[in-house]
Design a protein around this ligand. Structure first.
Ligand code: COI
Length: 356
C-alpha cells in the first residue's frame, strides 16, 4: 500500500510532439513520449523527484554504471481500452521485481510511492501517446543506473531511477524460429539470471547474432550446468503444450520470473488447464515434436506477449511444430490477455491500474 505522497516537480513540454507521430505505426522502442520521470539517490536517500521533457543524459563518462554494469530495468505496458480509458498492467509486480534486481546488484530499493506515483503521473501527462490499435501499447521502461563518478570497483553511492515510455506495436512481426544454444550460457547458479540486469541482455547479443546468421530469430537458452535443459527463449520465458498440458521450465535462480509467464499460468490454472512447472529437457521437447505430443511452443514476455515458435533447430536439424492454425492454447492466452487489457472481459486478478 502506498503510504505517503512524494513531491514531484513537473516541467511540461511547451508543445507536445504527439501530433507529429502516428503512435499506431512507430517501430518498437524508437520514439519516446514527451516526458520522463527521474529520482535521485544519494547517501541513503531518494530525493529530487521530477517529471521533465524527455531529454538526453548529461553525466560523467566515469559513472559506475558504464564501467561495472550496476544497471537494472523493467519492461511493462499501458493499454488504451475500448472505452478510451488508459490502464497499466501489473505495475506493482514490476516494482517488486525491480527491487529484487536492486537487492542482488547491491543497489538501493525504490520505495513503492516513488515508483507508482512517478509512473502514474508520467502516464497521466503522456496519455495521448498510448496507441488505440488492436495490438498497440505504450511500452514503459523503468530503470536504475549507478551514477557516482568513480572508477574504483565498489558499490556506487549515487543512483538515478528513471521512467521513459515509447508507443509500441507487435515486437515480432512474424512467428519465430529458435535455435537451441548449448555453447554459450545466459546464466549460472549463484549468478544474476533471475534478475533484470542490463548485463544479462548484453551477453545474449553475440550468440543471438550467430543464430540469426543461420536464419533463426532467437535462441533457446539451456542450463549451464548440464546443457540438457531448456531455460528461456532469447529475452522471454518459454512454454510448450505437450499432450494438452502447459509445460514450462520451473523458476530457479537462473531464470527470470516473467510477469507474462505468471499471468499465463494464472489464466491456465483458473480454467483448469493442467500446468507443469518443472525441468524441460531438450530431448523431451524434440522427441515430443517428432512424435506429435508437443503441439505448441511459444515465448512469453512483456514486449512480445506471445511469440509463436514455428521450429526449433538443434545440431543441424529443424524440428518443425504444427502450423499456427492448429494451435489452441497459445492463441487463446494471447487473446485472453488482450481482452483483459482492452477491458473486454473482467479483470478478475486485479491486474490493471487506471491512469487518471
Ligand atoms: C520485455 O519483454 O519487456 C523485455 O524486457 C525484453 C526486451 C525488450 C529487453
Amino acid at each position: 500500500m502506498i503510504t505517503s505522497s512524494i513531491p514531484i516537480q513537473v516541467q511540461k513540454v511547451q508543445k507536445s510532439r504527439v501530433t507529429d507521430v502516428n503512435v499506431n505505426e512507430v517501430p518498437f522502442g524508437k520514439v519516446f513520449t514527451d516526458h520522463m520521470f527521474i529520482a535521485d539517490y544519494k547517501d541513503g536517500e531518494w530525493s529530487n523527484f521530477k517529471i521533465i521533457p524527455y531529454q538526453h543524459l548529461e553525466m560523467s563518462y566515469a559513472m559506475s554504471a558504464l564501467h561495472y554494469g550496476q544497471a537494472i530495468f523493467e519492461g511493462m505496458k499501458a493499454f488504451r481500452q475500448d472505452n478510451g480509458d488508459v490502464v497499466v498492467f501489473r505495475a506493482k509486480d514490476n516494482w517488486a521485481r525491480l527491487n529484487r534486481s536492486a537487492h542482488r546488484m547491491a543497489m538501493p530499493e525504490v520505495p513503492e510511492e516513488v515508483f507508482m506515483q512517478g509512473l502514474l503521473q508520467l502516464l497521466s501527462l503522456d496519455k495521448k501517446w498510448v496507441p488505440d490499435s488492436e495490438n498497440g501499447s505504450l511500452y514503459i521502461r523503468p530503470f536504475m543506473i549507478a551514477t557516482e563518478e568513480a572508477i574504483g570497483v565498489k558499490i556506487s553511492n549515487e543512483y538515478q531511477f528513471i521512467i521513459i515510455a515509447a508507443p509500441a506495436g507487435v515486437y515480432y512481426a512474424q512467428p519465430i524460429k529458435t535455435l537451441i544454444q548449448n555453447t554459450f550460457y545466459r546464466s549460472v547458479k549463484g549468478g544474476i539470471g533471475y534478475v533484470k540486469a542490463a548485463g544479462n541482455y548484453g551477453r545474449s547479443l553475440y550468440p543471438t547474432k550467430l543464430a540469426q546468421e543461420k536464419g533463426y530469430q532467437q535462441i533457446l537458452w539451456t542450463d549451464a550446468e548440464t546443457g540438457k535443459y531448456i531455460e528461456e527463449a532469447g529475452t522471454m520465458n518459454v512454454m510448450f503444450v505437450k499432450n494438452g498440458v502447459l509445460v514450462t521450465p520451473g523458476l530457479n535462480e537462473t531464470l527470470l520470473a516473467g510477469i507474462t509467464r505468471d499471468s499465463i499460468l494464472k489464466l491456465a490454472r483458473k480454467q483448469d488447464i493442467p500446468v507443469e512447472e518443472r525441468k524441460v529437457s531438450i530431448e523431451e521437447i524434440l522427441n515430443g515434436i517428432e512424435s506429435g505430443e508437443v503441439t505448441e511452443a511459444f515465448g512469453v514476455g512483456t514486449a512480445a506477449t506471445v511469440a509463436h515458435i514455428t521450429a526449433i533447430g538443434y545440431e543441424g536439424k529443424d524440428y518443425v511444430l504444427p502450423p499456427l492454425e492448429q494451435r489452441k492454447l497459445s492463441p487463446m492466452f494471447d487473446k485472453q490477455l488482450r481482452d483483459i487489457r482492452k477491458g473486454r472481459i473482467p479483470d478478475e486478478f486485479g491486474w490493471l491500474t487506471k491512469v487518471e
